[in-house]
Design a protein around this ligand. Structure first.
Ligand code: SF4
Ligand code: SF4
Length: 84
């Protein structure tokens, strides 16, 4: 499952540079996560690093519209590594 930045985001810019997949960027009003690039940090970290660095509680959540298995997330990680 990709993660989703909610409208609790205060545009503090903490998460963007920490994402190992360059999945986070500034959107029209708040930061956004590209679900095609978010692996929940699988392959890089034990848990989503954007959630770890975000100062706002429950600002970054699991995206119910992008449900993926662990295998799918790891496959995405491998594909993204090949593109790096
Ligand atoms: Fe990037 Fe990891 Fe957050 Fe996904 S969970 S947006 S890969 S930092
Ligand atoms: Fe928004 Fe949280 Fe990212 Fe800051 S760390 S820009 S509050 S999602």
């Amino acid at each position: 499952m990709a993660l989703l930045i909610t409208d609790k985001c205060i545009n503090c810019d903490m998460c963007d540079p920490e994402c190992p997949n360059d999945a986070i960027s500034m959107g029209d009003d708040i930061y956004e996560i590209d679900p095609a690039r978010c692996t929940e940090c699988k392959g890089h970290y034990e848990k989503p690093t954007c959630q770890s660095v975000c100062p706002i509680t429950n600002c970054i959540i699991l995206d119910p519209d992008h449900v993926e298995t662990e295998e799918a997330l790891l496959e995405k990680f491998v594909v993204l590594q090949g593109m790096a």
